[in-house]
Design a protein around this ligand. Sequence first.
Ligand code: ADP
Ligand code: ADP
Length: 228
Amino acid sequence: MIKLNGVCKTYDKTEHLALSDIDICISKGEFVFIVGKSGAGKSTFMKLILKELEPSTGEIHVDDQDITKIKRRHIPFYRRKLGIVFQDFRLLSDKTVYENIAFAMEIVETSTAVIKESVPNALKLVGLSHRAHYFPDQLSGGEQQRVAIARAIINNPYLIICDEPTGNLDPKTSIGIMNLLKDINAKGTTVIMATHDKDIVDLMQMRVIALHGGKIVSDKKGGYHSED
Ligand code: ADP
Ligand code: ADP
């Protein structure tokens, strides 16, 4: 479970609250969209979960752990629970598809035998077995995002955080990516996705938390435009 209690965030001791009195509870296995226009607080929310930022007040629990209390040297271990998918894919351009995914396992010291078994399975899951030895710049945007998703799930994270994952993709490709995330979610992994993509949010009919001016203005299942 992911739980925020009374979370506020101000940057640089300014008066302005990037997030204000946020209380959220996300159960294991949920799929949650975070929506709101630019400046609403979406990135701040994601960075708090990633422990790239500390809240000014409040508590943040992820998988029954108060992450505000994690010591700096333990942050890398906490982050192993998280898979992250970005708008701009962020693959290593000098490594092949296979190597990009394998590398995510190497840095958490997975044995070679397990890597050799896991990477082909992940590639199969995202439908890219035939691209294992391609480099990122030889792939379409949708294929690159599939590699990024394979990399995000390869260490069996507790949670996948997606920051505008369809932002660089055409609508048809975006739907393919969403179906992949839906399949991964259906196997039990919690997904939190920040997006501006109203069509995708309407299509998926999942829980939508809308932020405006750092506050939650709506939290319910359904489309982006659901009225209160
Ligand atoms: P203003 O932009 O003038 O402050 P509002 O207070 O009506 O106007 O806020 C509108 C904004 O709040 C929308 O652009 C959107 O980002 C967000 N918002 C409010 N309610 C919802 C909702 N149910 N779903 C998604 N976003 C919402
Ligand atoms: P979103 O991701 O929804 O566009 P952000 O979380 O980036 O929103 O921003 C929320 C608020 O915090 C905005 O008013 C923004 O100007 C402010 N903000 C974001 N990052 C910083 C920063 N590094 N320093 C000061 N203010 C910031």
